[in-house]
Design a protein. Structure first.
Ligand code: SF4
Ligand code: ZN
Length: 372
């Protein structure tokens, strides 16, 4: 029998964790706007303490200012809202619905079904719930119907093993842009809006820097494109709103949105830009908006302007060479040569003898486009 050498009164006892020190509870500060309610948040950029109601009102007023000052949506506009079910497009649709009477615009949700099993169906269900709750018309356009049976899952299978599977987003971005335009035309829209926020735009600027893509950097500024070459005018009313505030708005308005990530997203280059941006923002809180504004200033550089757009010889869409980017990618897929169709940037498309579609000022379509 093993006996302890310690006298029993000296036996070690397992120390109990000390109860947490009770700090005297600090009451939340008063809302800096209404001075009645308690503040529920501090605005990430300004540090201003606001209650939920005043924050949502300020957020909506800022989007209204972006739209009015930028003359993005004229009175009478029929606006197709790119709806993915994610937080950005959900917040955009909700804010524009609030502002629609003041802007004198009408809204139509347009959702794109890329054909991504286990992902898009659930996201589309969220869009359908939103449309029903907000009594907004909804139109869904599908890749399979628009692009000769190609779904994103079929594209992924076709590129798998070619060492290019990470290029799913390259195809998807180009095709989704086209699908959204087609959906908007079907509903008689005069304008297209997408839910890109400031963080999305800053990531895009970073990616373009990292690729040394001067042409896209030059086109990346501004709040939208005026609709060159017969394309519908596009804009991004949330482009100056930070991701954190978009999430806060969704929270305080209790919006129902789909928050899972696409199965192909982890392979995308955008994820690296996102991580880099987080590090930059931790060191310099203004980094996101600085990058967005730097793109605006770069867009003024005349040397980097793209060539004047023409029309695709196959579908008539905006193109700077014989085929637009969507037709070039589909051409490569149909010929069983997706690698050549999606090579790295300019070189890959040139290998196919295919054009590069100018994208007047939208984010490049070559990476996942969060929440539309
Ligand atoms: Fe398409 Fe976005 Fe998925 Fe990429 S992450 S495949 S762009 S839906
Ligand atoms: Zn308040």
């Amino acid at each position: 029998m093993v006996t302890s050498w310690r006298p029993s009164h000296l036996k070690l006892r397992r120390s109990r964790p000390l109860p947490p020190r009770q700090e005297p509870a600090m009451p939340a500060p008063q809302c800096a706007s209404c001075r009645k309610a308690r503040a529920a948040l501090r605005r990430p950029r300004s540090g201003q303490a606001l209650c939920g109601t005043c924050f949502c009102a300020a957020f909506e007023a800022e989007v209204l200012h972006t739209v009015v000052a930028g003359r993005l949506l004229p009175p009478g506009a029929v606006v197709a809202v790119g709806a993915s079910g994610g937080k950005d497009s959900t917040v955009l649709a909700h804010v524009l619905r609030e502002l629609a009477p003041r802007l004198a615009i009408s809204l139509h949700l347009v959702a794109v079904d890329e054909g991504i099993g286990g992902y898009r169906d659930a996201a589309l269900a969220a869009v359908r719930r939103q449309a029903a709750r907000w009594e907004l018309p909804l139109t869904v356009v599908a890749y399979a119907e628009l692009f000769g049976g190609w779904t994103m899952d079929a594209v992924a299978r076709s590129t798998a093993g070619s060492g290019r599977s990470r290029s799913c987003c390259t195809f998807c971005g180009v095709l989704r842009r086209r699908a959204l335009e087609e959906g908007a035309r079907r509903v008689g829209a005069t304008h297209v809006v997408t839910g890109h926020n400031a963080d999305d735009m800053a990531e895009t600027v970073l990616m373009n820097f990292l690729r040394g893509d001067a042409g896209r950097l030059a086109r990346g500024g501004g709040l939208g494109s005026p609709g060159e070459g017969g394309a519908l005018p596009r804009c991004r009313p949330l482009q100056l709103a930070s991701q954190k505030e978009v999430v806060l708005y969704a929270h305080f308005r209790r919006l129902d949105y789909f928050s899972e990530e696409c199965v192909y997203a982890p392979e995308a280059f955008r994820g690296h830009a996102r991580e880099l941006l987080k590090l930059l923002e931790a060191a310099r809180p203004s980094a996101v908006l600085d990058l967005v504004h730097s793109a605006e200033r770069l867009a003024l550089a005349p040397a980097a302007r793209p060539p004047p757009p023409g029309a695709c010889s196959r579908c008539g869409a905006l193109a700077s060479r014989a085929l637009c980017q969507a037709c070039a990618l589909l051409d490569g897929l149909n010929r069983g040569r997706p690698r050549l169709a999606i090579g790295k940037g300019r070189r890959g498309l040139d290998e196919e003898g295919s054009p590069r579609e100018p994208q007047p000022s939208g984010p490049p379509a070559s990476e996942p486009i969060p929440g539309f």
